[in-house]
Design a protein around this ligand. Structure first.
Ligand SMILES: CC(C)(COP(=O)(O)OP(=O)(O)OC[C@H]1O[C@@H](n2cnc3c(N)ncnc32)[C@H](O)[C@@H]1OP(=O)(O)O)[C@@H](O)C(=O)NCCC(=O)NCCS
Length: 189
C-alpha cells in the first residue's frame, strides 16, 4: 500500500487502481503514444513517457494534498491497462478538473461511463468534493456524452487556436444523484 493510501474502486467490469511505476510503460506506449488517444487531449511539449510520469506525479500529489486524485483503469482480472482517470487542480486553482481516457481497444463498450461514474461518485460521496469541472473539445462527442450522462452541463465555451471550440463542463455535488443513473454501480470504498 502506498503512503497515500489510494483506494481501489470496483465496478461491474472494471477496477480503478492506485497508479504506480509499473503502469508507466503501457501508459506511455498504448495511451499517450497513441495518436487517436492524444487527438483531443491537451498538447504538451513532452514525450509520451514524460506525460505518463507527469500524470503519475500529479495523481499522487493531488491525493496527498486533496484526498482525491487519479486512478488507472484495469480489467477485473487486473492484468490489462485500459486507461486512466485524473482529478487534479485546474490550472493551479482550488477548482478540481476531471479528465479520462482509454486505450482504443477499450473504446465503445461503455467503459468510460462506468469508470468515470465510479470516480465522480467517490469524489462527491467519499472525498467530499463540492464541484468538478471538465474541458472537452467540442468535436469529441464521445467524451461529452460521458459527462452529460452523469449530469455535467456546459457552463462556458472558448475558441481554440485551431478553429475548434473548447467546452467547459461543470457538476456540483448537490446536483449529482447516483441513484437515478442507469446501470448504477456504487464504488466499493
Ligand atoms: C472519450 C472516451 C473516453 C470515451 O470512451 P468510451 O468507453 O468509448 O465511452 P462509452 O463507451 O462510455 O460511450 C460514451 C458515449 O459515447 C458514444 N460514443 C462512443 N464513441 C463515439 C464516437 N466515436 N463518436 C460518437 N459517439 C461515441 C457512445 O455510444 C456512448 O453514448 P450512448 O450512451 O449515447 O450510447 C474514449 O473515446 C477515449 O479514451 N478517447 C481518447 C481520450 C479522450 O479524448 N479523453 C477525453 C478527453 S476530454
Amino acid at each position: 500500500m502506498s503512503r497515500i493510501d489510494i483506494p481501489t474502486l470496483e465496478t461491474e467490469r472494471l477496477r480503478l487502481l492506485a497508479p504506480d511505476e509499473s503502469h508507466l510503460p503501457a501508459w506511455a506506449d498504448e495511451f499517450f503514444g497513441d495518436a487517436d488517444v492524444a487527438r483531443y487531449i491537451s498538447k504538451r511539449p513532452l514525450t509520451p513517457l514524460q506525460r505518463a510520469e507527469r500524470a503519475l506525479r500529479v495523481a499522487r500529489a493531488t491525493w496527498e494534498a486533496r484526498g482525491i486524485g487519479g486512478w488507472v483503469i484495469g480489467d477485473k482480472a487486473g492484468n490489462a491497462f485500459l486507461g486512466a482517470i485524473n482529478i487534479e487542480p485546474w490550472d493551479d486553482t482550488e477548482e478540481l478538473e476531471i479528465g479520462y481516457g482509454l486505450v482504443p481497444a477499450a473504446w465503445g463498450m461503455g467503459y468510460a461511463t462506468e469508470a468515470v461514474q465510479a470516480a465522480v461518485a467517490y469524489a462527491f460521496d467519499v472525498a467530499g468534493v463540492a464541484r468538478l469541472s471538465a474541458r472537452v473539445v467540442a468535436a469529441n462527442t464521445a467524451s461529452s456524452k460521458v459527462l452529460v450522462k452523469l449530469g455535467f452541463a456546459v457552463m462556458d465555451e472558448r475558441p481554440l487556436e485551431n478553429g475548434g471550440t473548447l467546452l467547459i463542463y461543470r457538476l456540483e455535488r448537490a446536483a449529482f444523484n447516483i441513484d437515478v443513473l442507469p446501470n448504477t454501480v456504487r464504488p466499493a470504498t
